[in-house]
Design a protein around this ligand. Structure first.
Ligand SMILES: Nc1nc2c(ncn2[C@@H]2O[C@H](COP(=O)(O)OP(=O)(O)OP(=O)(O)O)[C@@H](O)[C@H]2O)c(=O)[nH]1
Length: 751
């Protein structure tokens, strides 16, 4: 605060000096002036009064005038009313002195005269001279007092205002310092400019972000120091400080602003500027506040990337792919353009997962994604749609043109070799190709068509391309499956599922108690029964099995709970419930099963869950964990459709099941087909060697039953034993303990 100090102190001193000088001068001058006036008036009155008196005496005694000087002197001094030194005298008309008082005056003095009259004629005059020395002495005294007053005034007018001013300046300085310290300490960058847009101040953060020191920037136009561009477009943006002054308003943050640092580097910032107004509302400058948002913007970019990309492969994810496909579809409709969509699903990918583990599977997906990316054009959109499925959108590429690219892709995957710990794998890919154009339908429709075409490629032997045709029968089949999805969902909502049960009969009769398998049926909208073969594949493919399986478990447990609380408990030995691989492999089904068993008080030992052999081998480790967990609380397991998967025997050792259900496909023809017969025999033998009971499905006639009996298969299930019946009508009976040849007769009674 030296600037106001240096001007104000001499100014205040001058002003106080002038004022004090005026007072010092004015006081004696005023005193003298007023006293002088008074003396003039007083002497005038006295001389006139004196002359009138003496004139009166002269009128009464004319001789006096000539001879009585003595008496005249006394008349002259008689009436003197002042103590000031005076001299008085009377002179005649010719100026001759007639009489005079004794005193002698030294100048300066004040002199006044008045005429003496005798009977109206002037006969002389009276003169009074009064000394001014006492007045001057008094004035000198007054000057001294004036000086004193001036001194006091000087003190008052200089010292006190200056002291007050200094106090104010020091308060102001403190405030300014506090403001500066605040500006120095805050995390935001602050720049202030004057009304002309020239820089006045940069705080340290602003110095660091702009690359300008406050001193170097001082006085520079703000556009020199603070230059911003739109990071996305590169377009130069308005200087916010200048804009704030120009428009006299707060200018808020500019989107995607990047500050060009002095060294040319661009820093993402968020900024705002406001005009600074004085107490009269006049704009005196602007303040610009900004901060570095590199981190936040990088995070936003990362998040947006994460939201649209697959973390494992770095390719676009399904959502982003579908968004892009939607845009392309809209373009196709608007511009009547043609594009191609490919849906790719790797073949036998899970072998890598199963043999080398998930980490190897992940690495394969990563490497193969890079390979696929290398095969497509920069403008093509490649995405990982999930699992081992990929999508490719060839924009502006009709089906004819896409042949080469898709063929190249197929070949690239065929040629691709994945090495993991000294093992080398090759993979294939099944590709469904669909044309995208104005008439191809909506997004979901085209995705379904591509998916169906891909599955058709798989059905036809994998590792091939299948081009979707709108009137395609195979694809139509697949689509039919999709329509099942809404029917099944509706049936779940409307409680249109029904439970049936079918007896599983020991071939060598025992007294263990009844063994049933629970079967599921769906009622259509008209109440007609729909067999599971019609809807289970669709339900499995479209993820509806978990809900269906839960429904089956809950309703079976409810029924068994009610039966079991009656007096039939010792009669029920086993109740088998089918579980889909899509349920137990992906859901927390163990918790649900235990909860239901506790709720309906069903003992675990009577429940046997049937897992298909294919699902168990596909998700081997999960199957083992699932079986072990439920077995530990008493549930039992059987492996359904055993034999349908070729390589099953090797896995069997790892699956702790109680029953093997020999695939009905072998059982049905075993009487006529030696290979099927051999298969049934082999499975039965292996099961027995491993201590697992066997069940033959599809036992449709006595000839089969006879062969099975001969072979020593433990249990039989099929129309020759019992047909499925509604669970609501279930009556638990002890299985008939009859010799084998009488078995069929007794079963007929049971049904
Ligand atoms: N390593 C790994 N495996 C995955 C991932 N996502 C899904 N999978 C597995 O990929 C497999 C995909 O299933 P499928 O397409 O039926 O397996 P596939 O062996 O290719 O069978 P096909 O397509 O019928 O030839 C499943 O085993 C999943 O567990 C993943 O991110 N990493």
């Amino acid at each position: 605060m030296t600037l106001p100090d240096s001007r104000l102190v001499p100014n205040a001193t001058w002003l106080a000096g002038i004022f004090a000088g005026l007072i010092a001068l004015a006081f004696p001058l005023l005193y003298f002036g007023l006293s002088y006036q008074y003396q003039v008036a007083s002497i005038q009155t006295e001389v006139e009064f004196n002359a009138a008196n003496i004139s009166q005496v002269i009128n009464a005694n004319p001789e006096l005038w000539q001879f009585e000087e003595h008496r005249l002197v006394s008349l002259l001094t008689d009436q003197a009313s002042t103590t000031l030194p005076e001299s008085r005298r009377i002179v005649d008309t010719k100026g001759k002195l007639i009489a005079q008082s004794q005193e002698k005056l030294t100048p300066p003095y004040l002199s006044r005269s008045a005429d003496l009259r005798d009977s109206g004629s002037i006969v002389g005059r009276v003169e009074v001279n009064r000394s001014l020395s006492p007045l001057l002495l008094d004035t000198a005294m007054a000057a001294l007092i004036g000086l004193l007053l001036g001194g006091v005034t000087f003190m008052v007018f200089r010292t006190y205002p200056l002291r007050a001013l200094k106090r104010a300046l020091s308060t102001l300085a403190n405030e300014k310092e506090r403001a500066e310290v605040t500006l120095h300490s805050i995390g935001d960058a602050v720049i202030t400019t004057n009304a002309d847009g020239c820089i006045e101040y940069l705080n340290p953060v602003a110095e660091q972000l702009t690359g300008w020191s406050s001193a170097a920037a001082y006085g520079q136009p703000s556009s020199q120091v603070f230059n911003i561009i739109n990071e996305n477009t590169g377009e130069l943006l308005d200087n916010p400080a200048e804009k704030a002054v120009r428009e006299n308003r707060i200018v808020s943050a500019t989107n995607h602003a990047g500050l060009i640092k002095r060294n040319g580097k661009i820093i993402p910032i968020e900024d705002s500027a406001a005009p600074i107004c004085n107490s009269h509302g006049q704009i005196i400058g602007a303040v610009l506040v900004f901060h570095d948002v590199s981190h936040a913007r990088a995070m936003a970019i990362k998040l947006s990337h994460q939201a649209s990309h697959d973390a494992l492969t770095g390719l676009l994810n399904r959502h982003a792919f579908e968004t892009r496909l939607q845009q392309v579809l809209e373009n196709a409709t608007r511009e009547n353009s043609y594009h191609t969509l490919c849906y790719m699903d790797l073949d036998q990918f899970k072998i890598v997962n199963d043999t080398c583990g998930h980490t190897a599977g992940d690495e394969l997906l990563r490497q193969l994604s890079a390979e696929l990316r290398a095969q497509v054009r920069g403008s093509d959109i490649l995405a990982r749609l999930g699992g081992d499925e990929f999508g490719l959108l060839l924009e502006g590429c009709s089906m004819n043109m896409s042949d080469i690219i898709v063929g190249k892709l197929l070949q690239a995957v065929r040629d691709f070799r994945f090495s993991w710990q000294e093992q080398t794998f090759s993979v294939g890919v099944s590709i469904g190709v669909v044309s995208v154009h104005a008439e191809c339908g909506g997004l979901m429709e085209i995705m379904r068509a591509a998916d169906s075409a891909c599955y058709t490629a798989k059905d036809r032997g994998r590792n091939r391309i299948y081009v979707y045709q709108p009137d395609d029968h195979e694809v139509a089949l697949r689509r039919g499956e999709m329509q099942w999805v809404s029917r099944i969902t509706k049936a779940i909502d409307e409680d249109r599922f029904r439970l049936y049960y079918q007896t599983i009969q020991p071939i060598i009769p025992d007294a263990q108690g009844a063994h049933y398998e629970i079967l599921l049926r769906m009622l259509d909208e008209d109440g007609k029964i729909i067999s599971p073969a019609s809807f289970i594949p669709a339900a499995e493919r479209y993820g509806l099995m978990p809900a269906i399986d839960r429904w089956v478990i809950q309703n079976t447990f409810a029924k068994l709970g009610a039966l079991y609380r009656g007096d039939t408990k010792q009669l029920l030995h086993t109740c088998s419930i089918n579980l889909s691989g899509t349920s137990w492999a992906n859901e927390d089904l163990v918790g649900f099963i235990c909860e239901m068993a506790a709720q309906y008080r069903v003992p675990a030992r009577v429940i046997c869950f049937e897992l298909t052999e294919t699902a168990a081998i596909t998700h081997l480790s999960k199957a083992i964990a699932f079986i072990r967990e439920l077995k530990s609380v008493g549930f039992r397991f059987s492996l359904d459709d055993f034999g349908s998967g070729v390589s099953s025997f090797g896995y069997l050792k790892q699956l702790p099941v109680d029953y093997l259900k020999i695939d009905g496909g072998f059982v049905r023809n075993m009487v006529d087909d030696k290979i099927d017969l051999a298969m049934v025999e082999t499975i039965n033998n292996i099961g027995h060697i491993m201590g697992i009971k066997t069940i033959a499905e599809f036992v449709e006639n006595e000839a089969i039953l006879e062969k099975l009996t001969h072979m020593g298969v433990d249990n039989a299930q099929g129309y020759a034993i019992a047909k499925p019946l509604p669970l609501d009508d279930m009556i638990i009976r002890t299985p008939a303990v009859t010799p084998p040849q009488e078995l069929s007769a007794s079963l007929m009674v049971a049904n």
